[in-house]
Write a protein that binds this ligand. Structure first.
Ligand code: PHE
Length: 519
């Protein structure tokens, strides 16, 4: 493990960094969140706005976060404070890195619950495969998953899981435990080793799954839904700002922006790495995976007459149906959910890394001291995340099964945007629609207006002056004005005026009810 004399680790090479950054970006945000956000916002129009947000806002902010981290060093908070002070500004600018750090920690608390669902699905499919082989021999291997089960039972997998808090908490514990262990091992031993093999395999499986879904399902309807915007519906949705807030929030979430996370991975970035080039690869890979995930899910949604606006349960209700129809469905299903699990893991590692990098101290500490602090910091943060995650898990359990305080607790219910939402939904909404856009907005202002032109030009090192000018225009004007306006209008003004949530506020219990025999 190479480390500089100050104890600051660096990535082992250019490819290692790109894999790690893609590993962070690609995760449940693409597979789970993007399809349901697109489904709830009417499809094509949302996808179009999302892509615009990615190109005009996501890409420049990503480049900004990476260069701020690399130039500042230490931890995200220390980096911003140092850069501000270097330009004679107040160290209080580092407050926005604090907000990002809190956001990334809050995200990991619920992210690991959803990742636990993915693990449970992989496990269920493994059990199903062995049962099918025991019952039918080789046919059990070659046939679809969940052989002999009714459609309602296959679709109702999530309903069953939500009704078993013990299983949900166990899967969450396994996931957060693994995350904590990898983060405690540091940048190379843990993070790099995990991403280099997993990301490419995951991508291949996802492509196979989407091709299958398009052949078996309603490909034309799905393509129309995702890529042909319905302009009249767009006009209506634009008026309350909800679709724009959803698109911006999703763009930040999916690219891991506004959470101090990319600032943190920038800390370990070597000087020879081109930031504009790496940022473009990360954006292309992340957007590609989200769109392909849409193509894997929506053909099945339309084939089975499911509801595109099915909310957070969407992926978990549709994919089992696809696997039940597919030849070798169990094998594909197991491989897919295991890979999704790893994609989620590489993201949650990055989420926990933000606060851990802060806990392990600034650049002036030596290697041993930093390592010791890292282990203790990761362990404490992992434990707290586990405990908060138990609250998230209990908040989605139906009250008939376990009637706890969390069923009925609406932590941000006093704000119109979060009315009626229990802990998991409210935390997802608060981070995605408020904290990340705010973090991104502040990053843009800081990189465009506070850090000197010389510093950003030198650090970004664009191939052409025109490229640099374009970047600077976007972070100085487009990002602050656009994100600021959408944030104020979509999160504050519009929900207050209409007295209802602007962003999607579907409860998680959108999975079909338990089949009668299991109730
Ligand atoms: N981008 C990750 C995903 O799509 C989630 C994430 C958000 C990771 C913020 C880090 C920071 O799953």
């Amino acid at each position: 493990m190479a480390a500089t004399s100050t104890g600051q680790e660096t990535w082992s090479g250019k490819a290692a960094f790109v894999f790690a950054a893609v590993g962070s970006a690609v995760g449940l945000g693409n597979l789970w969140r993007f399809p349901y956000a697109a489904g709830e916002n009417g499809g094509g129009a949302f996808v179009l706005l999302y892509i615009l947000c990615i190109v005009a806002i996501g890409l420049p902010v990503l480049a900004a976060e990476l260069f701020l981290g690399r130039r500042g060093g230490g931890s995200a908070v220390a980096a911003i404070r140092r850069l501000a002070e270097a330009d004679g500004r107040s160290g209080a600018w580092s407050l926005f890195a604090w907000v990002g750090m809190v956001a990334s920690f809050l995200i990991v608390t619920f992210y690991s619950v959803i990742a636990g669902w993915v693990l449970y699905y992989a496990w269920t499919l493994i059990v199903d495969l062995f049962t099918s082989i025991a019952d039918q021999g080789l046919a059990g291997l070659t046939g679809g998953a969940f052989h002999g089960q009714e459609r309602a039972a296959i679709e109702g997998q999530l309903g069953q899981l939500l009704a078993s808090p013990g299983k949900m908490i166990l899967c969450h514990a396994i996931f957060i435990g693994l995350t904590t262990w990898i983060v405690s091992r540091g940048v190379k031993g843990g993070i790099e080793a995990a991403v280099t093999i997993l990301m490419p395999t995951f991508f291949v499986l996802l492509v196979i799954l989407s091709i299958f879904a398009m052949i078996q399902g309603q490909a034309v309807t799905a393509l129309g839904f995702l890529f042909a915007p319905d302009w009249s519906a767009l006009g209506e949705r634009l008026s309350d700002g909800s679709i724009l807030l959803s698109a911006i929030g999703q763009a930040f979430f999916s690219l891991s922006l506004g959470s101090a996370m990319m600032i943190t991975y920038g800390l370990y970035l070597g000087r020879d790495q081109s930031i504009p080039g790496s940022a473009s690869i990360v954006v292309a890979a992340d957007t590609g995976v989200a769109l392909i995930a849409g193509l894997a899910i929506f053909p099945i949604v339309f084939q089975f007459g499911l509801e595109p606006a099915g909310g957070p349960g969407l992926m978990f209700g549709t994919l089992p149906l696809a696997f039940s129809q597919m030849p070798f469905g169990s094998i594909f299903g197991i491989a897919f959910f295991l890979m999704a699990f790893f994609a989620a893991l590489t993201s949650s590692i990055s989420l926990l890394e933000v606060a851990t990098a802060f806990a392990d101290g600034d650049v002036d500490l030596d290697v041993e001291e930093k390592r010791r602090r890292r282990v203790v910091g990761a362990a404490v943060l992992g434990l707290v995340a586990f405990l908060v995650g138990c609250g998230h898990a209990l908040s989605v359990v139906p009250a008939e099964v376990a009637d706890t305080f969390f069923n009925d607790w609406h932590p941000l219910g006093f704000l119109p945007l979060f009315e009626g939402q229990t802990l998991l939904d409210a935390t997802d909404g608060l981070t995605t629609y408020v904290l990340l856009p705010f973090g991104g907005l502040m990053t843009a202002i800081f990189a465009g207006w506070v850090v000197s032109r010389t510093a950003s030009r030198e650090e970004l090192h664009f191939a052409s002056e025109a490229g640099y000018r374009r970047w600077r225009f976007l972070v100085r004007w487009v990002c602050p004005l656009f994100v600021g306006a959408v944030l104020v209008y979509g999160a504050v003004v519009s929900p207050w005026l209409s007295g209802r949530p602007a962003a999607e506020a579907e409860p998680v219990e959108t999975a079909p009810a338990l089949p009668p025999e299991q109730q």
